[in-house]
Design a protein around this ligand. Structure first.
Ligand code: FAD
Length: 460
């Protein structure tokens, strides 16, 4: 008889894991609290794009879902950095080949659902929320919400939403329910608050740039665009219909923040002073600033990812980090692949697999949490420093000349490589020492110094 796996959450991690387990002869039921993301009137309240690097693409190819995902993704060949006084275009690799895609989160989620539905031993139950997990009884408590068309008349004649509670049994439960995981809260620990969520004092709002506005703004297509400033960071991602999704990343409070930029007058003054090239987009920006909820950035520190041989966490439920390394989803895919690899190696003995999986993945994702924070600072500030610009260029050039001996910048090594995060990091640290030893850093500082003195790169 086939074993039964319950997955909570039909997001990126949940769909990916469903296929991994279906291939390993499990009957899989995925419970998702929201409606099917592919429905025409689906509204999650948030709409953002994801960058999809080689690492994530390779994982999807390995699972056999890239064909479906590629249909909704757009190639980004490079990035245009819009500084105050100039625009700089950089291709994403030295040869200018296509190596990065961007994709709307909901579209990719839809593609993964479509891929998973092809397996006869995977079933999805939408509008069904997990409210409890009992390891002792090996049970999951669920609440199914019926939509308005299923609502029945109450005695008073008013229409009522219907919620039905059920309890289901399983051999294993996978918590793929995101950063606010309910499954996580049922993993028993000795400590009262075993995991900690750390919020950044920055947040984001998205603005849609239509194809017409893209033309008016003369935005280069098939590229991402960034507007790095010390107190704000704007990133625009291309969509398949020649439109862009622009993310405003600002501080939550203070001078140029979402709290202070509320009135039309203040928003207009802010855009006119800091991003004059975006003035044609003012109506959309004002609307987004005034109407949209602020998205937050959170890092999850979570010491315990599983409970005995019953419950285990994957994706953001296990390890959320801020999105400035573009690795959240890739890390979720890598969780699933590592889990599958260990599962095969230990003949499906999950009591052995769960702790080994946590041990392997946690050291990688803990590191990524720190790198993502560092990169956020670098994107905002250091990308303006000539030393860091020269250092990246020197690493890129040396890597081109001596690909076997010199590593590309760490960001490239991680995003466009397939080494585990901690291996890539160790390799790069070794190179940093060498770079100092042979005097490369000193030479780059010497090159950068005149630019710093002349004030060409002076920070605000
Ligand atoms: C602004 C932003 C930009 C990002 N950019 C990138 C990027 O460029 N590249 C990248 O790789 N990553 C990026 N990420 C991170 C990426 O989105 C996440 O790491 C990834 O979505 C995690 O997938 P997940 O399946 O673990 O969680 P989620 O995508 O959050 O999915 C969890 C699912 O579980 C469901 N759920 C929640 N609770 C319950 C419950 N009690 N019962 C049933 N279902 C439940 C939710 O409805 C949801 O569908 C970004 C994140 C943000 C916020």
């Amino acid at each position: 008889m086939r074993k039964k796996a319950i997955i909570i959450g039909a997001g990126m991690a949940g769909c990916f894991m469903a296929i991994c387990l279906a291939k390993r002869n499990y009957d899989v039921i995925v419970y998702e609290s929201r409606p099917d993301v592919r429905l025409e009137n689906y509204d999650s309240g948030r709409s953002f794009n994801l960058t999809l690097y080689y690492r994530g693409i390779k994982a999807m190819k390995e699972l056999g879902v890239w064909g479906e995902a590629k249909k909704v993704a757009v190639i980004a060949q490079g990035n245009v950095a819009h500084y105050e006084n100039r625009k700089v275009y950089d291709s994403f690799d030295a040869k200018g080949n296509e190596i990065l895609y961007t994709v709307h989160r909901n579209k990719l989620n839809g593609a993964l659902l479509t891929s998973a539905e092809k397996y006869e031993n995977i079933e999805f139950q939408f509008n069904t929320k997990c409210v409890g997990v009992d390891s002792r009884k090996r049970e999951v408590e669920l609440e199914k919400q019926y939509s308005s068309s299923d609502q029945r008349e109450s005695r008073s004649g008013s229409r009522q939403a219907r919620t039905i509670s059920t309890t289901v049994k399983a051999d294993i439960v996978i918590g793929a329910d995101g950063v606010n995981s309910v499954v996580r809260s049922f993993i028993p620990t000795e400590s009262e608050q075993p995991w900690v969520k750390q919020y950044e004092d920055w947040g984001y709002k998205e603005v849609h740039i239509s194809a017409e506005k893209t033309k008016a703004l003369q935005l280069r297509l098939l590229s991402t665009h960034t507007w790095p400033r010390p107190d704000s960071l704007l990133i625009a991602f291309p969509n398949p219909d020649a439109s862009f999704t622009l993310m405003f990343n600002l501080q939550l409070e203070g001078g140029k923040s979402f709290v202070s930029l509320v009135s039309e007058k203040d928003i207009t003054a802010f855009i006119t002073a800091d991003f004059p090239d975006l003035k044609p987009l003012l109506p959309e920006i004002i609307d987004a600033f005034q109407q949209k909820k602020i998205g937050t950035f959170v890092t999850l520190y979570n010491p315990l990812w599983h409970d005995q041989d019953f419950m285990v966490l994957i994706g953001d439920a296990a390890h959320a980090f801020i999105p400035f390394y573009g690795q959240g989803m890739c890390a979720a895919f890598d969780d699933c692949l590592k889990f599958a690899e260990l599962f095969d190696r230990h003949n499906g003995d999950v009591a052995k697999v769960f702790p080994l999986y946590q041990e392997n993945r946690k050291r990688n994702t803990d590191l990524m949490a720190e790198l993502a924070k560092e990169n956020f600072i670098e994107l905002r500030d250091k990308s303006r420093s000539p030393f860091f610009v020269f250092k990246d260029k020197a690493d890129t050039l040396l890597h081109m000349l001596f690909p076997k001996f010199w590593q590309p910048p760490l960001y490239v090594l991680i995003a466009h490589g397939d080494l585990e995060y901690h291996e890539a990091y160790a390799k790069y640290q070794k190179q940093l020492l060498l770079s100092k030893k042979i005097g490369l850093d000193a030479a780059l500082y010497a090159l950068a110094l005149p630019l710093i003195i002349s004030g060409r790169f002076k920070k605000k």
